[in-house]
Design a protein around this ligand. Structure first.
Ligand SMILES: Nc1nc2c(c(=O)[nH]1)N[C@H]1C(S)=C(S)[C@@H](COP(=O)(O)OP(=O)(O)OC[C@H]3O[C@@H](n4cnc5c(=O)[nH]c(N)nc54)[C@H](O)[C@@H]3O)O[C@H]1N2
Ligand SMILES: Nc1nc2c(c(=O)[nH]1)N[C@H]1C(S)=C(S)[C@@H](COP(=O)(O)OP(=O)(O)OC[C@H]3O[C@@H](n4cnc5c(=O)[nH]c(N)nc54)[C@H](O)[C@@H]3O)O[C@H]1N2
Ligand code: SF4
Ligand SMILES: [Mo]
Length: 730
């Protein structure tokens, strides 16, 4: 971004960037004393873990203390700029509420009575607990819940010891349905970062992808430039999001009806001959049967379902079709909305196929990767037991990863075999999974719950043993080999020391490997030996990587325009407009629309999203980011507020259809949402008192999510199916 104009746009879209940077100087007095000469500033590159976009940054240390974290211009994800949360990483280092030393439960589980212990004692207790479960039930009866980049060494050590059941919320609670829907159609999922060529597109359709609030950095930068280029942007969202405020057309859809719109769009492209005939003829499978299945999906039919104007449905489709193949129907990221999400995502894939934008510049490119030599570690032992969440692929026939909520169910039922231990790394299961009451019931069945976290999260509150990890600016991690327009390699390296007795994940995993009797899984004294050997063996320069933080792979063709030839890894070898494999398993071979449930009288559907300055439930305690947004608000349309007698900034509680009551939260009366829909940002309403700043502020969307549906294809759990009503505070 070179011009001042572009810069201003970016800051407008990411309201909060300036605030975060400015606040950055205010807190560092909280930190531990350093030893460097006064005024001395040193810098070191590393990559961000404030979310999973993995932007390369440069940390600045002044007088031995962490001072600021900025983008690394060499890095393809950040391109020299971080989002507000990345800048706010400084606050995570200085957070006074951090876990400081290993803790062992002394009282009843969940009562949060602890004794602080040394690392030796804590790791010995973890190993003893795991070993006991292995002796009684087998290592398969220990489940690993993990998320984020630091999970690698824990996964490795526990798999070496015999664990086969491990899952992260990034699948069944996030982008799993999208990747399965695309794989069923094109033969491969999209992965992360999603290969949307927003940089070169001539038209962008966002269906609930609220870029600008969803702050995935590179996409937001490209989106800001798209706004500046004045390309047509079409936003489908019940809420007038930041992205909608930049759009040519806003389609304020009734929640849960997007599949009707998508099918009508597909049919319109076919009926008006606006689709890419050449692409369909060369690459399509089952096109005629697909067209037949679209019968009846007229704009008028979709209008009645979605609450949109039929003419607007037509106009929007004609607009985006006119730009094909340089048109993107954004495939979304967190797509687990209603429980039919794989089929809705498949409809997005089918619409993209009609536009012929797969592997095309300005459409969806095919990501290039980076290869680095493995270290050469012993293979994992084999198990003759089935995977606990999805035995024989019968529960979720099209799941290609493990399902967190499937493991939770197994823990509750003991089928197909008992799960007796949970090892939880960097995922706050009480907020990330739907219906925390079920998570608690599953925890009741456990002999051992180990949590590795940086702060006293809700899930840590229920642990038997809590292990405090050093935050990402204080540690090495596995090498990052990323996918994108170019493959890239990035190094995470410690910039400052942990302030207390926190330890890096690799170190914890290594101690555990010794106590679990699998020391050969971590056959090095220090992580740098491991990382350097992989770099040396790959013919790369360790010194350069430490200096630059990143290294780009040689360019490869990623679009037809630069020489890519298209192949599709589906059973037919073609793009599957009609899916025989879905039909064979008894599912709709072409997606079919089912209307969402109607709310009871006086209730409203509750939908959620992101705020630019927070990540899930992990940043509310961060002093910098907390200051920018201490709690969440409830968006209520002005007419709805008037009917319900609600005033702007008044506190209300929400009660869902099952009687679950939320914390109080402030009402935001606005025109920027459909009158029949309520909205709040997810991640607030913390219940662990040890999160002093965040405790009790705002409401938890996860807690209200008791009426979730499970996607029958791959196990994703829906988030937007709950109905809530207002309970006014006395
Ligand atoms: N209701 C509802 N549920 C959702 C979502 C939603 O929008 N609404 N979103 C879903 C999505 S898209 C996703 S991807 C998942 C996210 O799910 P999670 O990744 O589980 O999200 P967080 O709530 O941020 O929990 C992360 C935990 O890791 C800890 N942590 C942070 N950094 C580190 C670290 O470096 N080391 C260690 N050891 N711990 C660390 C944090 O303190 C926190 O306790 O949630 C899903 N669940
Ligand atoms: N700042 C910030 N950015 C993040 C994250 C974060 O925690 N904080 N998390 C990252 C991660 S892991 C993910 S998965 C992504 C998630 O980000 P996205 O995939 O972009 O967003 P969602 O949270 O799925 O959807 C939120 C939007 O969908 C709208 N919506 C709700 N219901 C419907 C509906 O029925 N139809 C339509 N068309 N729209 C609807 C909401 O009003 C809201 O604007 O964000 C990423 N970026
Ligand atoms: S998008 Fe923001 S929080 Fe996520 S990795 Fe990049 S800078 Fe960090
Ligand atoms: Mo996600």
């Amino acid at each position: 971004m070179s011009s001042r104009f572009t810069r201003r746009r970016f800051l407008q879209i990411t309201s909060g960037t300036l605030g975060a940077a400015a606040a950055g100087t205010a807190v560092w007095s909280l930190g531990a004393a350093g030893a460097a000469a006064p005024g001395e500033v040193t810098t070191l590159p590393t990559f961000c873990e404030m979310c999973f976009w993995r932007c390369g940054g440069i940390a600045h240390v002044r007088d031995g203390k962490l001072w600021k974290f900025e983008g690394n211009p060499l890095d393809p994800q950040s391109r020299g700029r971080l989002c507000p949360r990345g800048t706010g990483a400084v606050g995570a280092h200085y957070d006074p509420d951090r876990l400081r030393q290993p803790l062992m439960r002394v009282g009843e589980r969940g009562k949060e009575q602890w004794k602080a212990v040394g690392w030796d004692e804590a790791i010995a207790a973890v190993a003893a607990g795991l070993t006991k479960i292995k002796a009684e039930h087998g290592a398969e009866s220990v489940a690993l819940f993990n998320h984020g980049f630091g999970q690698r060494f824990f996964q490795h050590v526990l798999k070496s010891w015999g664990v086969i059941n491990y899952a992260g919320p990034s699948y069944a609670q996030c982008r799993g349905p999208r990747d399965v829907g695309f794989a069923l159609t094109f033969g491969s999922g999209l992965g992360s970062p999603e290969p949307t060529d927003i940089e070169n597109t001539d038209c962008l359709v966002l269906i609930g992808s609220h870029l600008g609030e969803n702050m995935h950095n590179t996409q937001v930068q490209e989106f800001a430039r798209a706004v500046e280029r004045r390309i047509p942007i079409i936003v489908v969202d019940p809420r007038h999001s930041v992205a909608a405020s930049k759009a040519k057309y806003w389609l304020p859809i009734r929640p849960g009806t997007d599949l009707a719109l998508l099918l009508a769009w597909c049919k319109l492209l076919v009926d008006e001959d606006r689709y890419d005939r050449g692409f369909v003829q060369r690459h399509g499978h089952g096109f005629d049967k697909f067209v037949k299945a679209l019968e009846g999906a007229t704009p008028e039919w979709a209008a009645a379902e979605t609450g949109l104007d039929a003419e607007l449905i037509r106009t929007a489709a004609r607009e985006f079709a006119a730009h094909r193949p340089r048109t993107i129907i954004h495939p979304g990221r967190r797509v687990n909305w209603n429980g039919d999400d794989t089929q809705r995502s498949r409809a997005v894939a089918l619409l993209s196929a009609l536009l012929g934008n797969w592997g095309r510049r300005g459409g969806l490119y095919v990501s290039a990767g980076m290869k680095v030599k493995p270290y050469g570690l012993p293979p994992y032992p084999k198990s003759d037991k089935p995977l606990a969440d999805n035995p024989g692929h019968e529960r979720y026939p099209f799941a290609d990863e493990a399902v967190t909520t499937g493991l939770r169910e197994t823990t509750l039922t003991g089928q197909p075999y008992p799960i007796k231990g949970w090892f939880v790394y960097s995922t706050n299961l009480m907020q990330a999974l739907p219906n925390p009451a079920e998570t608690l019931a599953a925890i009741d069945k456990l002999d051992l719950l180990v949590v590795v976290d940086t702060v006293p999260s809700e899930i840590a509150g229920y642990a038997d043993i809590v292990l405090p990890e050093a935050m990402f600016l204080e540690r090495h991690d596995e090498l990052l080999t990323g996918w994108g327009r170019r493959g890239w390699l990035a190094l995470r390296q410690p910039v400052v020391a942990p302030p207390h007795d926190q330890k890096p994940g690799w170190w914890i995993a290594k101690q555990l490997s010794a106590k679990l009797g699998v020391p050969e899984s971590m056959p090095f004294d220090d992580i740098e030996q491991y990382l350097k050997k992989r770099i040396d063996d790959s013919g790369l320069s360790w010194d350069e990587l430490k200096r630059d933080g990143v290294k780009l792979a040689a360019p490869e063709p990623i679009t037809v325009e630069d020489g890519l030839s298209l192949t599709f890894d589906t059973p037919s070898g073609k793009v599957e407009f009609f899916s025989d494999q879905l039909a064979a398993k008894g599912f709709d071979p072409v997606p079919k629309y089912t209307p969402p449930d109607k709310p009871p009288a006086g209730f409203f559907p509750l939908v959620t999203g992101r705020a630019p300055v927070h990540t899930f439930s992990r940043t509310q305690t961060n002093p910098l980011l907390h200051d920018l947004m201490p709690d969440n608000e409830l968006w209520v349309h002005a007419s709805t507020a008037e009917q319900a007698g609600l005033k702007n900034r008044q506190f209300v509680k929400l009660k869902n259809q099952d009687g679950v009551l939320s914390n109080p939260l402030r009402v935001k009366v606005t025109q920027r949402i459909r009158p029949d829909t309520l909205y709040m940002v997810y991640g607030f309403g913390h219940a662990n008192k040890a999160l002093k700043r965040a405790y009790g502020k705002g409401a938890s969307a996860a807690q209200l999510n008791t009426k979730y549906r499970t996607d029958p294809l791959m196990g994703a759990t829906s988030i937007h199916g709950n109905f809530v009503t207002f309970v006014k505070e006395a």
